[in-house]
Design a protein around this ligand. Structure first.
Ligand SMILES: Nc1ncnc2c1ncn2[C@@H]1O[C@H](COP(=O)(O)OP(=O)(O)OP(=O)(O)O)[C@@H](O)[C@H]1O
Ligand SMILES: Cc1ncc(C[n+]2csc(CCOP(=O)(O)O)c2C)c(N)n1
Ligand SMILES: [Mg+2]
Length: 326
């Protein structure tokens, strides 16, 4: 079984030794960043909506974006996967293929360097991602300074729109997901379903932003309003978002009209929220980044505002949000 899975994986150039031994061996070019994230069938995804390839792609993309958000270049992923006993081996092969494809397309040079296979009552996948900083300091959430510009790169709100659509049109009244309507939904809304099921965040822009002088950065996983609030608190500043800038930059994405509330509350796009000094903006933000607001000194008032009004952090919180059947 493992041999069939490993056959789907291309060697990662940064790995001196890949899957097959007790550990993989890497030679990073500088300081290393490490992150890990778990996806569990039920609270995090529905098998009825995901093919194995999509799931593997999303597992890779959502972890690569965390590496990118530190300003690092991804060099390797590990996958710890536990599945119900009756899972077809083909599904495991598809997951491996999807992870491999996401690495090749979103983070060339990165690959799956190891993992673990086991059984569990529901599909449970934990991915660990490693990245190298190549001599630059990591870009944390804590470096935003008054006077900086707030910028974003990637899809914004599309993945959340995809999730709402799936719960509305591909689930029974009790929340049980089904695939009966999926072909029609995919035909009618290919972009927003792809954004939710197989997101393609701009991974390479993480290192580009760092090189351009980003002062703070994070990937947006829960929602722009929640994650901007986290960045503001970590940096001890206030972020003033501008509705007109959001509309101009993200009102039309991949041919889809995206309302501002969807941009502010949708999760899982895994784009990059970054702050840059005003001088970087004056010279031109790195390609792909769009200015959406300004950093100002903190006050007692709310950490994030939209056109001057406090913005309530709203979006995904696994301990609060309860989709039907989750
Ligand atoms: N069980 C844990 N033990 C130690 N550290 C943890 C644990 N859970 C989370 N953390 C740390 O807390 C911080 C926030 O975790 P979280 O999973 O919210 O990351 P995130 O980047 O905000 O989200 P995402 O992974 O969806 O992008 C991270 O630095 C993470 O390493
Ligand atoms: C069935 C189903 N229910 C809910 C969601 C939404 N969701 C799951 S993980 C996540 C982001 C951050 O996760 P974490 O912070 O745990 O890494 C979000 C918004 C989904 N995609 N599918
Ligand atoms: Mg993150």
């Amino acid at each position: 079984m493992l041999a069939r899975v490993l056959a789907r994986l291309a060697p990662a150039p940064a790995a001196l030794l890949g899957p097959g031994d007790d550990c993989a061996v890497l030679r990073p070019s500088g300081e290393l960043v490490v992150t890990t994230d778990t996806m569990i069938e039920g609270p995090d995804f529905r098998a009825a909506w995901h093919g194995g390839f999509d799931l593997g792609w999303k597992l890779a993309a959502t972890n690569l974006s965390d590496v990118a958000a530190m300003g690092a270049r991804p060099i390797g992923l590990t996958l710890a996967l536990a599945v119900p006993r009756d899972t077809p081996v083909a599904l495991l092969e598809e997951i491996a293929s999807g992870m491999n494809a996401a690495c090749c397309e979103l983070a060339p040079g990165c690959g799956v360097i190891g993992g673990d296979l086991g059984t569990a009552p529901v599909l449970t996948a934990a991915v660990t991602a490693l990245g190298e900083l190549a001599g630059r300091p990591a870009v944390t959430r804590a470096g935003a300074r008054a006077g900086d510009v707030v910028a974003y790169a990637g899809d914004l709100g599309l993945a959340g729109m995809g999730l709402s659509l799936l719960f509305a049109e591909a689930a029974d009244a009790d929340g049980t997901a089904h695939a009966r309507t999926l072909p029609a939904l995919r035909a009618a809304h290919p972009e927003i379903l792809a954004a939710q099921l197989a997101p393609a965040p701009p991974i390479e822009l993480g290192a580009v932003a760092a090189a351009a002088g980003a002062t703070a950065m994070m990937d947006v996983s829960d929602s722009l309003s929640i994650d901007a609030d986290r960045l503001a608190r970590a940096s001890g500043v206030r972020l003033e978002l501008d509705r007109a800038w959001l509309e101009r930059g993200f009102g039309l994405q991949r041919g889809v009209e995206v309302p501002v509330p969807a941009m502010l509350t949708g999760g899982e796009d895994h784009g990059l929220l970054a702050t840059f000094p005003a001088a970087v903006q004056a010279a031109g933000l790195p390609g792909g980044f769009v200015a959406i607001g300004r950093v100002v000194a903190a006050t007692e008032r709310s950490e994030v505002t939209l056109d001057g009004a406090p913005l309530q952090p709203t979006g995904w919180d696994p301990y609060v949000v309860r989709w039907p059947g989750a």
